[in-house]
Write a protein that binds this ligand. Structure first.
Ligand code: BES
Ligand code: MG
Ligand code: ZN
Length: 493
C-alpha cells in the first residue's frame, strides 16, 4: 500500500478519515477544514451521542459540492498512557474500518498538536501491518478475504518528520511481510533449496549472502544437521547473511540463528496425521531471520549483524536416521538421537556452533519453533525465552512489552543438565520425560554455546496466528522481526 504525505488538506473528493482525540478542539478544527458542513457534522455527532468510549464512530455522506464526498470520524481516548501499541492498534482499526466499507483510498487527518510525528508513523505502521493478506493460491477471487485499502493521503504540517520516521517502520513492515509470506508458503513450494534462493534474493538490497550446499556441510562436519536431512529427497542448505553498518569496527554485534525445517513429519518418530499440515511453518525461525535482516538492511542500521539459517526437511524414508542413532556434531560432541522428531535442536546445534565460529558475535540469538511443550506452558500469547544472561533477558522482556511481541523468561540453568544425559554418547536429544520439555530443548542448545551471551526464543506458539489480531491478520504472524529490530535500534540505531 501507498502513503502520500502532504501538508494541508487539498483533495477535493473522496473519503475523509478524521481521527479526533479526546480533549482537542475538534469542532473548531473540523470547521476550518470544511466550513460549509461543520454545522451538519456537529448536529450529526449530537444526534448519535458521539463520545470517545462506546459510540465513537460516525460515517457521513456529505452533500454535493462539499470538499469531500464522505467523512468518517473516529474518536480515540488519547490520554497520557497511550502507548506505541495503542497507536499501532489504532492504525489497525482504521484499516479494518476502511476495508469493511471497501474503501480504496482515503485522506487521513489528525490534529498535529495531539499526535507527534513518531506517533503518526507508528499509526501508519499499524495501518499497513493490518493490510497483509496471503491470497496467492485462490483461483476464485471471490474467496479472497480482500484488502481494498491501497492509498492513504496523510495531511499534517509535520509531514516531513513523519516521512522520515516512517522510513524505518516501512523497512520493518517489509521485513515482517517477507516473514509472513515465507511462513505461509506450503512446503511443496518452499523446499530447503527454494528457501535458500529466497535468502539469496536479499543480495540486491546490499546484504552479503552465502549459500552452503550439502558437500560444503559435509566438509564442515555438520553431522547433526545432516542426520536430520538424510531422510529427504530435498537436499539441505545453510545460508549466512551479513550486514556491516559500522565498517570502522571489526566486532559483530549480533548473530541471529534460525531453525529452517521446511516440513517436519517427525521422521521415523512420525507425528500423528491430525494437524500435521501445520508443520509447514517449522521454518518460522529462519523466516524471522530473513525478515529481520531485510528490515535492518533496508533501513541501513548502524549495527554489525549476521544471520545463519539451517534448512532441512525432516522425512521418514529408507535413508532416514533411526531412533538410537548416534551422530557427531560440528562441535565434536556426540548426540544419541532418541527421538527423530526432536530435530530442530539437531539443526541448531550445528548452525549455532558455525555462527559463533564464523562471526564471533558479542551476542547470539536463536529463534525456533522448537517444542509443542512451550504451548502447553505459556500458550500462544508470548514466546518462551531462555538465556544465559539475566540482563539480556530483562532487556528483551522490556522491549517485548513496548512493541507488543512479548517474551516470557524460562529456566535453562545447569540443574536441568542431567535431563539430557545419555548412556552411550555426550548427550541425548530429548529430556528424560519428567516434564520441562521446552527447557530440555534449551539446555541441549546451551551445550553448543561457548562463552557468548546467548538467547533462545521458542516461537512454536506465536509463529502462526489462529485468528485475526491487532496488526496481525490470521496466519503467519512475523513475530520476532519487530522485537529484534527494536533491540538493534535501541543499541545501535
Ligand atoms: N516442530 C516441532 C515443534 C512444534 C510443535 C512447532 C507445534 C510448532 C507447533 C518440533 O520439531 C517437535 O516435533 N518437537 C517435539 C519434541 C519432542 C519429541 C521432545 C514436540 O514438541 O513434541
Ligand atoms: Mg519435530
Ligand atoms: Zn520441528
Amino acid at each position: 500500500m501507498k502513503f502520500n504525505f502532504n501538508s494541508e488538506f487539498s483533495r477535493d473528493k473522496g473519503v475523509l478519515f478524521f481521527v479526533c482525540a479526546k480533549n482537542e478542539p475538534m469542532h473548531e478544527y473540523l470547521s476550518n477544514l470544511d466550513k460549509k458542513n461543520s454545522n451538519y457534522i456537529k448536529q450529526a455527532m449530537k444526534v448519535v451521542n458521539f463520545n470517545y468510549k462506546e459510540n465513537n464512530k460516525l460515517d457521513l455522506i456529505l452533500p454535493k459540492g462539499s470538499r469531500s464526498d464522505r467523512i468518517i470520524i473516529l474518536g480515540v481516548n488519547k490520554n497520557s498512557s497511550f502507548s506505541d501499541i495503542d497507536l499501532g492498534k489504532l492504525g489497525s482499526t482504521i484499516t479494518t474500518m476502511l476495508n469493511n466499507k471497501k474503501i480504496k483510498e482515503a485522506s487521513l487527518i489528525l490534529n498535529d498538536k495531539t499526535f507527534k510525528a513518531n506517533e503518526l508513523a507508528l499509526m501508519l505502521y499499524g495501518i499497513s501491518l493490518n493490510t497483509y493478506r496471503f491470497n496467492k493460491y485462490f483461483s476464485d477471487k471471490k474467496k479472497i478475504k480482500e484488502n481494498y485499502l491501497e492509498t492513504i493521503n496523510l495531511y499534517s504540517a509535520n509531514h516531513k518528520n513523519i516521512k522520515s520516521e516512517w522510513y524505518r517502520f516501512n523497512a520493518i513492515k517489509e521485513g515482517v511481510f517477507l516473514t509472513r509470506d515465507l511462513v505461509s508458503e506450503p512446503s511443496n513450494n518452499l523446499t530447503p533449496l527454494l528457501l535458500s534462493k529466497e535468502a539469496l534474493k536479499l543480495r540486491k538490497i546490499g546484504l552479503k549472502v552465502e549459500q552452503l550446499d550439502e558437500k560444503k556441510l559435509k566438509q564442515l562436519k555438520m553431522g547433526a544437521l545432516l542426520g536430520v536431512a538424510q531422510g529427504s529427497a530435498n537436499k539441505p542448505y545453510v545460508v549466512t547473511l551479513e550486514w556491516r553498518g559500522n565498517k570502522s569496527k571489526k566486532t559483530m554485534d549480533y548473530s541471529f540463528v534460525g531453525k529452517g525445517v521446511t516440513f517436519d513429519t517427525g521422521g521415523i518418530s512420525i507425528k500423528p496425521s491430525g494437524g500435521m499440515e501445520e508443520m509447514k511453518y517449522d521454518m518460522g525461525g529462519s523466516a524471522v531471520v530473513l525478515g529481520l535482516m531485510k528490515a535492518l538492511a533496508l533501513r541501513k542500521t548502524k549495527a554489525n549483524v549476521s544471520g545463519v539459517i539451517g534448512l532441512v526437511e525432516n522425512m521418514p524414508s529408507g535413508t532416514a536416521q533411526r531412533p538410537g542413532d548416534v551422530v557427531k556434531s560440528m562441535s565434536g560432541q556426540t548426540i544419541e538421537v532418541i527421538n527423530t522428531d526432536a530435530e530442530g535442536r539437531l539443526v541448531l546445534a550445528d548452525i549455532l556452533w558455525y555462527a559463533q565460529k564464523k562471526f564471533q558475535p558479542k551476542k547470539i540469538i536463536d529463534l525456533a519453533t522448537l517444542t509443542g511443550a512451550i504451548i502447553v506452558s505459556i500458550g500462544q500469547e508470548k514466546a518462551g525465552m531462555f538465556s544465559n544472561n539475566k540482563d539480556f533477558a530483562d532487556e528483551l522482556t522490556k522491549l517485548g512489552l513496548k512493541v507488543g511481541e512479548e517474551v516470557w523468561n524460562m529456566p535453562v540453568d545447569d540443574s536441568y543438565e542431567k535431563d539430557i544425559r545419555s548412556d552411550i554418547a555426550d548427550m541425548k536429544n530429548v529430556g528424560s520425560g519428567r516434564g520441562a520439555g521446552s527447557t530440555a530443548g534449551a539446555i541441549f542448545l546451551k551445550r553448543f554455546i561457548k562463552d557468548t551471551i546467548w538467547m533462545h526464543l521458542d516461537i512454536a506458539g506465536v509463529t502462526w496466528a489462529k485468528s485475526d489480531r491487532p496488526m496481525t491478520p490470521k496466519g503467519g504472524s512475523g513475530f520476532g522481526v519487530r522485537l529484534l529490530d527494536e533491540l538493534v535500534f535501541k543499541n545501535f540505531k
